[in-house]
Design a binder for this molecule. Structure first.
Ligand code: FMN
Length: 220
């Protein structure tokens, strides 16, 4: 257990890089792509460079956050996969606004993304489901994600039933309750740690009329 005093003295001085308006592309998706690529090269296991915090809020306004894996990105936005009937799935049905946060400690970087969420097309979900390992595909059938279960044995029983159902089929169809979501970004903020807590923050916002991105520096 760390004492408050120990915690108070835990801090890093960030010296690795800077983030300047002049070197930053007008389109933040391009900058995100560069940072992700760099993170994949530098954030070695057990760190997962495509791990991100997904924050949602339920109808009462209560926030909920959990780690997810980014599984795709393009000009439209950021894609992840989950159970549509999970707690997060129901929250995003009630309130289709979400935030994604990436933290790349080796690079001393954070990216914060905010926007609307929508389900990806059935074809996109089918395509990703098909490339998952068979165990993960069957697991998606077996696990009623976010529901209380009696014990680990119950999960094993459900998996055994799924195995039996698909015994003659090594290409099971995607469960209807499982698929992808895409966060369509309205705002993307890039944070680069700098010495003396004078960090760089560039805040990109999508302009609703033109579809262009504006960029503003924020105080650290
Ligand atoms: C590194 C890591 C990656 C994860 N990736 C996913 C993912 O891609 N999809 C998913 O549904 N859950 C993923 N999880 C599990 C979620 O954090 C969470 O426990 C689960 O989705 C249930 O969340 P919910 O009850 O809020 O719906 C991951 C967990 C960790 C620690």
């Amino acid at each position: 257990m760390h004492t408050a005093e120990q915690l108070a003295h835990m801090r890093r001085n960030y010296v690795r890089d800077g983030l300047l308006e002049g070197n930053s592309p007008a389109n933040p998706m391009q900058l995100f792509g560069q940072w992700l690529e760099h993170a994949v090269q530098t954030e070695k296991p057990p760190s997962e460079a495509n791990a991100m915090l997904l924050s949602t809020a339920d109808a009462s306004g209560q926030p909920h956050a959990r780690i997810m894996l980014l599984k795709g990105m393009d000009e439209r936005g950021f894609v992840f996969f989950s159970n549509y009937q999970s707690a997060k799935g129901l929250q995003m049905e009630d309130n289709p606004l979400a935030a994604l946060t990436f933290f790349w400690p080796v690079l001393e970087r954070q990216v914060r993304i905010e926007g609307r969420v929508e389900r990806v097309s059935a074809d996109e979900s089918d395509a990703y489901y098909a490339v998952r390992p068979l165990g993960s595909r069957l697991g998606a059938w077996a696990s009623p994600q976010s529901q209380p279960i009696g014990g680990r044995e119950q999960l094993a029983e459900r998996l055994a039933a799924v195995n039996q159902r698909f015994a003659d089929n090594d290409n099971p169809a995607r469960p209807p309750h499982w698929g992808g979501y895409r966060v369509l970004p309205q705002r993307i903020e890039f944070w680069q740690g700098r010495p003396d807590r004078l960090h760089d923050r560039l805040d990109y916002r999508l302009q609703p009329d033109s579809g262009d991105w504006s960029m503003t520096r924020l105080a650290p």
